[in-house]
Design a protein around this ligand. Structure first.
Ligand SMILES: Cc1cc2nc3c(=O)[nH]c(=O)nc-3n(C[C@H](O)[C@H](O)[C@H](O)COP(=O)(O)O)c2cc1C
Length: 339
């Protein structure tokens, strides 16, 4: 990828964003829940965004969605992300979220590729109709006093791939910040995110543009900034079991050597803290333990003997089992401090 010269023109975020180059934890359904958001904030994420929430469900007053929206004050600044394909319902939902949850901003999801969402024209489905995108943004802006950001993909498919045109329409309709996940809907999560497109959108817009796609290391954060001149970077899959990435990226951005990777002991301690936060929220159920298998798998990536450790963790039915597996590993291997 060609290197671009950074012209430092820091854009003002419409919400408090922590640093002049903020690091975002991406909205991720089933991952970016309150416990993980809290941990990432502690490890240096400047802004977090909730998992996507159905505007139809909110407008109907579905209790469990309001529970999903809850967050701790320590998570702020936080955006609540809404998806939907009806401007009136999106506006009603934004109004209700503003009153009930009082987040720092509302984020509109125009990127979700999941079939059941796009079949009703929600998420990235909206990208096929930019008039609809604009009506939704305008309606949401007029329904809330909070700042409104949008998260888009580069287009629906290769034939309709035009992130600059989409972004300009969003801006025209009143979006106050924009995140580009530089893949099309039909790409889903395959192929490489096109960082050149992020650079083009940054050049075209006079609002903060946040780059997203394929950030897996702290060095990637610096590389994306250099390549695109974006106003901030959003980390998604790279944060799986790795909230340390934010602190390492902040070190690099500040010109310091990045702090070393966590030891196995540190990894397991944070994994279990994450689990305890989830237990406090959801109760000690088998369901929580099953949901946590994936997190434990991610937290153990790269430790010696990770394969067999993971095999055992993928069978847990309670958090206690996980605690015992971690304790046995550390007692037996004596690699806890060295991994
Ligand atoms: C498990 C998972 C759940 C996701 N859920 C959401 C979501 O609720 N809202 C959203 O806008 N994007 C969602 N995304 C997309 C991410 O926010 C991000 O745009 C995408 O993963 C690209 O970034 P990456 O290459 O760094 O992973 C999700 C992605 C994953 C992997």
């Amino acid at each position: 990828m060609a290197q671009r010269v950074i012209t430092l023109c820091a854009m003002d975020f419409p919400y408090r964003a922590g640093h002049d180059f903020p690091l975002f934890l991406a909205p991720m359904s089933g991952v970016s829940e309150s416990p993980f958001r809290l941990l990432c904030r502690r490890f240096g994420a400047d802004v977090v965004v909730s998992e996507f929430i159905s505007a139809v469900g909110v407008a109907r007053g579905l209790e469990h969605l309001f529970a999903d929206m809850r967050f701790e004050q320590a998570e702020r600044p936080i955006g609540i992300q809404l998806y939907g394909a009806d401007a009136t319902i999106m506006a009603r939902a934004a109004e209700m979220v503003t009153a009930a949850a009082q987040p720092d901003f509302i984020d509109i999801n125009f990127g979700c590729p999941v079939k059941k969402v796009v079949k009703n024209n929600g998420g990235s489905g909206c990208l096929k109709d930019l008039g609809l995108v604009q009506r939704i943004i305008t309606a949401v802006r007029s329904a809330t006093h909070l700042p409104v950001s949008v998260k888009i993909r580069s287009g629906w498919d290769d034939a309709q791939r035009d992130p600059v045109a989409i972004a300009l329409r969003c801006r025209e309709a009143g979006a106050q910040a924009l995140t580009l996940h530089a893949r099309t809907r039909t790409q889903m999560f395959s192929g490489k995110a096109n960082w050149d497109e992020i650079a083009r959108v940054v050049d075209a817009l006079d609002i903060p543009v946040i780059g997203n796609g394929d950030i897996t290391t702290a060095a990637d954060v610096v590389a994306m900034r250099r390549h695109t001149n974006c106003a901030g970077v959003m980390v998604a899959r790279g944060a799986f079991g790795n909230p340390w990435l934010f602190a390492q990226a902040r070190d690099l951005l500040a010109g310091r050597p990045p702090r070393p990777a966590p030891t196995a002991t540190e990894r397991f301690a944070v994994a279990l803290e994450h689990a305890r936060l989830a237990l406090a929220l959801q109760g000690d159920t088998r369901k929580t333990a099953l949901e946590f298998r994936k997190h434990f798998g991610w937290y153990t990536k790269g430790v010696p003997g990770a394969g067999s450790l993971r095999e055992r963790l993928f069978q847990i039915e309670s958090m206690r089992e996980a605690e015992a597996i971690f304790a046995a590993y550390l007692a037996g291997s004596a690699v806890g401090q060295a991994a």
